[in-house]
Design a protein around this ligand. Structure first.
Ligand SMILES: *[C@@H]1O[C@H](CO)[C@@H](O)[C@H](O)[C@H]1NC(C)=O
Ligand SMILES: *[C@@H]1O[C@H](CO)[C@@H](O)[C@H](O)[C@H]1NC(C)=O
Length: 344
């Protein structure tokens, strides 16, 4: 390769980095814009029964343009608010988000309304992998009331999950993983009544987990790779989830004794890379149908409880990178792919 080509390639690489990375200054600018817009929405919506926008709020609806129904008009308002909250869209996902036919927008899925199959509504938004930088405007919660699925993983959304998300009464799946969301655990997600799948991993959430998370009827809980701290709430075992992943945070203390109550539903429990240092409780042995337990990379000391031998369906047990001592029972050594190799 000649020198000129090398310089051009180096310049292109630098450009790619500049486009993909979001500096802390940009993050705080975008988050600041979200705050301003949330405050403006609250002021405009005061006394308007939760309707967060002024009645004449219209972005570019030309005279004479009509919507198939009011719910699609609401969706249009929300999607245009989202488009305006986007600062960078390198894959041009939203470049075609123009005009009233919201069902033709990239990443937007329409379906017959649950309460009235004759009416078409926006049931899903999926912008996974867009590398989009922006924030979530309040209008998503207030105007996309038919949303069942909201997936925005692997983007660069900043700021917080707006309080209006509690108005998403049909929201079933929320995946905001691998973004730049900040603040304490977004408790608003616990007030979305029918949420079953929650994925907030790979963000910058901090603070303690609220116990209510484990009272919610979730099938899956992914909160790994954030900055959560403190004890795992005592009511952990009340969760009916089949997969619970708390890995790569800074939780300390014990695995709560309530863990045994998950015996009817829990398939995988992944707690690796935290600062858990208390007990692994004997109740873990009650998890007769659980197939994966990973507590590697914590500060556990002493020996494993004998009762772990009662876990008849265990396929993978990883207790490595702790301070555990003692024998690993014979029967697990035979299990394929299982690591029960203590402190190595
Ligand atoms: C983005 O998409 C729109 C609509 O498909 C198109 O008109 C526009 O030219 C695209 N922009 C870029 C930079 O590719
Ligand atoms: C484990 O699964 C079997 C078969 O599905 C079921 O009969 C049993 O009740 C389950 N055990 C527990 C503790 O829920």
């Amino acid at each position: 390769m000649d020198a000129a080509a090398a310089v051009i390639i180096a310049a292109l690489l630098a450009l790619t980095t500049a486009v993909n990375a979001l500096s802390d200054a940009e993050v705080s600018y975008i988050a600041g814009r979200q705050l301003q817009s949330l405050e403006a929405s609250l002021t405009a919506g005061a006394g308007a029964g939760g309707d967060l926008l002024p009645d004449d709020f219209e972005f570019d609806i030309r005279v004479g343009v009509t919507f198939a129904n009011d719910r699609l008009r609401g969706a249009y308002v929300a999607l245009q608010a989202l488009r305006r909250a986007i600062y960078s869209d390198p894959k041009n996902f939203t470049g075609g988000w123009v005009g009233p036919d919201v069902c033709a927008y990239f990443g937007v899925a329409c379906a017959p309304a649950i309460d009235d199959p004759a009416v078409t509504v926006v049931a899903g938004v999926d912008l996974n992998g867009g590398d989009i930088a922006g924030y979530l405007p309040a209008e998503i919660g207030s105007h996309l009331n038919d949303l069942a699925l909201f997936h925005i993983n692997s983007n660069r959304f900043c700021g917080i999950i707006p309080e209006t998300f509690s108005q998403l009464t049909l929201l079933h799946e929320l995946d905001v993983s691998n973004n730049r969301f900040v603040g304490v655990f977004p408790e608003v997600v616990l007030r979305t009544p029918v949420l079953r799948f929650l994925d907030i991993r790979f963000n910058d959430f901090e603070g303690e987990l609220p116990p209510e998370l484990f009272e919610k009827e979730l099938d899956a809980v992914f909160v790994n790779s954030n900055r959560f701290v403190g004890r795992i709430p005592e009511n952990f075992g009340d969760s009916p989830a089949s997969v619970v992943v708390l890995a790569n945070n800074r939780f300390d203390g014990c695995i709560p004794r309530s863990v045994g109550r998950m015996k009817g539903t829990l398939d995988e429990m992944i707690l690796l890379n935290n600062r858990l240092d208390g007990c692994i409780p004997p109740e873990i042995g009650e998890l007769a149908n659980t197939t994966v337990v990973d507590v590697a990379g914590n500060l556990f000391v002493g020996s494993l409880p004998e009762e772990i031998g009662d876990m008849g369906k265990l396929e993978r047990l990883d207790v490595s990178r702790n301070q555990l001592a003692g024998e690993v029972p014979e029967r697990w050594r035979a299990v394929t792919g299982m690591r029960a190799d203590g402190d190595r």
